[in-house]
Design a protein around this ligand. Sequence first.
Ligand SMILES: NC(=O)c1ccc[n+]([C@@H]2O[C@H](COP(=O)([O-])OP(=O)(O)OC[C@H]3O[C@@H](n4cnc5c(N)ncnc54)[C@H](O)[C@@H]3O)[C@@H](O)[C@H]2O)c1
Length: 453
Amino acid sequence: MRDSKQIATSYIDKVFNNLKEHHGHEPEFLQAAKEILYSLTPVFEKKPEYMKASLLERIVEPERVVKFRVSWEDDSGKIQVNRGYRVQFSSAIGPYKGGLRFHPSVNESIVKFLGFEQIFKNSLTGQPIGGAKGGADFDPKGKSDAEIMRFCQAFMTELHKYIGPDVDVPAGDIGVGSREIGFLFGQYNRIRGAYEPGVITGKLPRFGGSLARKEATGYGTVYFVQEMLKEKGLTFEDASVVVSGTGNVSTYAIEKAQQLGAKVIACSDSDGYIFDPDGIDLSVVKDIKEMRSGRIKEYVDSRPNATYKESCKGIWSIPCDIALPCATQNEIDEESAKLLIENGLKAVGEGANMPSTLQAIQAFLANDILFAPAKAANAGGVAVSALEMAQNSMRIFWTFEEVDEKLHDIMKSIYENSKNAAKEFGHDGNLLIGANIAGFLKVADAMIAQGII
Ligand SMILES: NC(=O)c1ccc[n+]([C@@H]2O[C@H](COP(=O)([O-])OP(=O)(O)OC[C@H]3O[C@@H](n4cnc5c(N)ncnc54)[C@H](O)[C@@H]3O)[C@@H](O)[C@H]2O)c1
């Protein structure tokens, strides 16, 4: 007679093996699915009715995948072609919601991994939003404003058929900031012949965007880590912090960590990293990245005590108390994780999506490092996107302080829900399992209540 754990594990094995058979060529998607599916074992042990309802088989298949051609003209008059994607994964608890990524590495596997994670993340926020993700293998680096605009217009000319304020609401991600959101929104309105601000989030506040959206993911990650540290009597005060990236998430994670008294000593971009023993001067970083779209190596021109090194991975060799990976997926591998641990690491907060490999996560957990998983820690961005949708629907505008306070409360409640779910399902202290379970339960119950969908 098999016990409930064996039954649950063999059910998950079956679903995962089937997924591998059909999607063997999608490594990032399989990586994300594996991490989530197996962490749900305790749920299926306790609630066999979910197995009977074939919930996992259904949830791992997106409701819809749209792949399309994006043709546009560059400044020299040459016609360029890129591939665009939108994966509408789950609408069980609300309209599809998730960002758009413009980066040469974008493919169906990456968009599916991000869309799958987004289902559970969005559920965790407590807001009524489903899961989706999209993007294109377009490289914005080195493109003129006019080229970016033409690309965004061509992209939206196709995407508009599949989105709408009650259908699917995209936002930004890597390579898609407020400039791109403006171009995408302008083209959507032009095609629709209507002003529908609720169709996209991350807009500038002067035309329907929410204050504090720009800051939300980075601030939210730090708020989440703050709660996690509090549990062990620790704080950001005087802690040394390393943050990878210098994009939207990293910049505002650095800002909030510094406001809480931390000393942030390193950050990076896709070429290399800087180390500043005196603590990073964020105004210099913002000037390079937000004003001049420059490279982080220029930082040492203004800060002679700082050093620059090529290689992104090297940033994890810097000893620190708290590591905040905020750049991209799989940026901390097992070797980097072990180095961080040897160097005295106390906590990790994932600002980026899936920045730690499965082996790196195992190393953190095995060494009792406090670990804030991406799904929970970086949910502040999409939470404020949902607040932007709410303001658009109600035609009201909250102050920065009002939004920041709501964000802070949401991050605290994500922390509490993840912690409590971990405890309830027998994995006390494991926020990764707790976040996956808390996010999953709400979607699972909604799917059951809505029949065979
Ligand atoms: N923007 C959001 O609201 C949001 C919300 C949740 C999660 N995320 C995730 O956070 C991460 C960063 O997103 P963002 O919006 O800040 O993007 P961004 O484009 O503003 O910044 C990305 C940063 O990462 C760096 N980078 C890119 N590839 C790299 C590599 N291989 N190694 C090291 N650095 C690299 C870039 O130079 C840049 O500094 C992504 O994983 C994204 O999915 C973003």
